[in-house]
Design a protein around this ligand. Structure first.
Ligand SMILES: *[C@@H]1O[C@H](CO)[C@@H](O)[C@H](O)[C@H]1NC(C)=O
Ligand SMILES: *[C@@H]1O[C@H](CO)[C@@H](O)[C@H](O)[C@H]1NC(C)=O
Ligand SMILES: *[C@@H]1O[C@H](CO)[C@@H](O)[C@H](O)[C@H]1NC(C)=O
Ligand SMILES: *[C@@H]1O[C@H](CO)[C@@H](O)[C@H](O)[C@H]1NC(C)=O
Ligand SMILES: *[C@@H]1O[C@H](CO)[C@@H](O)[C@H](O)[C@H]1NC(C)=O
Ligand SMILES: *[C@@H]1O[C@H](CO)[C@@H](O)[C@H](O)[C@H]1NC(C)=O
Ligand SMILES: *[C@@H]1O[C@H](CO)[C@@H](O)[C@H](O)[C@H]1NC(C)=O
Ligand SMILES: *[C@@H]1O[C@H](CO)[C@@H](O)[C@H](O)[C@H]1NC(C)=O
Length: 237
């Protein structure tokens, strides 16, 4: 929970591929520090109780020293659609800067933060946070003009290529699962890489897992209803 591990070279190499979620199409050599409330995400892929994710996390990086801005993506790899698992874009923000205290300043962004909401009874969903150097004169390509209304079916590798983003600076990921009731539907199989991940499909227990949802959740969905246009089911994020 609180590990700010200083990796030796060997450990760094061993962990290099582990900073984005298993199966995420892009890896980053360095770990991005992600903090939800008081909780510094550790190890990568820590299972976070959904109520703790209502507010967007804070980030820091001890390795990003460039004064140039960055582009942040947050992507769920595990959204069940049409009998398979597709990606969903939870956040896209450019002009991310890093302060002298290594904390990232993240604007609301072109596609605002959307809280993880995996459906009841599904496997944990993996949410990757990844930061890229922002190309000079960066803008969102024209074909992504309505991305906030088209979050489901996002294709990270295609977007990264289309937007001219280069080698990622740093990444990390969390997992969120909803075990507050019985599944009301059947789900497609977990991604193979996800089910091979440590404990990815094991029953999760964490403080608050069985607590009734606070009013904030309802308020939240009302608040994003206008952004979540047709085709995006509220229970499948
Ligand atoms: C975070 O820590 C502060 C100080 O210990 C405490 O007052 C607060 O309740 C904690 N917040 C959460 C969400 O745990
Ligand atoms: C970044 O911020 C600058 C200064 O506010 C602004 O001119 C520019 O349009 C922004 N670019 C992006 C891609 O957000
Ligand atoms: C950025 O845009 C300006 C104005 O269009 C142009 O003069 C400049 O060459 C561009 N810089 C890069 C690196 O593309
Ligand atoms: C974005 O939405 C507007 C209004 O619905 C539409 O006219 C436009 O074609 C859309 N653009 C893209 C790239 O989908
Ligand atoms: C699911 O299938 C329908 C019908 O073929 C298609 O219109 C839709 O785009 C698909 N959704 C995703 C997320 O692939
Ligand atoms: C993403 O786009 C690439 C082309 O850039 C394509 O090869 C790949 O199959 C797409 N992935 C998904 C999951 O649709
Ligand atoms: C996986 O589960 C086992 C047994 O429940 C536990 O000891 C271990 O710490 C877990 N590993 C991770 C990475 O959560
Ligand atoms: C679990 O999902 C149900 C149905 O969407 C929702 O009502 C509930 O608030 C969720 N609970 C948590 C902890 O995510």
């Amino acid at each position: 929970m609180f590990g700010k591990t200083t990796f030796g070279v060997g450990a760094l190499i061993a962990c290099a591929a582990a900073q984005s979620a298993p199966g995420f199409p892009i890896s980053a050599a360095q770990s991005l520090t992600v903090v939800y409330g008081n909780n510094t995400v550790s190890p990568p892929g820590e299972l976070i109780p959904r109520p703790e994710t209502a507010q967007s996390p804070r980030f820091s990086s001890s390795t990003w020293t460039s004064g140039a801005p960055g582009v942040l993506l947050m992507v769920d790899l595990d959204v069940p659609r049409n009998g398979t698992r597709v990606q969903l874009l939870h956040w896209l923000a450019s002009n991310v800067t890093i302060g002298s205290n290594n904390a990232l300043n993240v604007p609301v962004g072109q596609v605002p933060y959307l809280q993880p909401s995996p459906p009841v009874g599904d496997v944990p969903h993996a949410y990757t946070f990844i930061v890229f150097p922002q190309p000079a004169n960066f803008s969102i390509p024209e074909q992504y003009a309505n991305l906030t209304q088209n979050r489901v079916g996002f294709n990270t590798s295609k977007f990264v290529a289309d937007a001219g983003l280069g080698q990622a600076i740093a990444a990390n990921y969390i997992r969120v699962q909803n075990l507050t009731g019985a599944a009301t539907t059947t789900f497609p199989p977990a991604r193979p890489t996800a089910s091979n991940a440590p404990n990815a499909s094991a029953p999760a227990t964490f403080p608050g897992a069985a607590q009734p949802l606070i009013v904030g959740g309802v308020t939240f969905w009302a608040g994003v209803a206008t952004a979540m246009l047709a085709g995006v089911a509220a229970v499948a994020l």
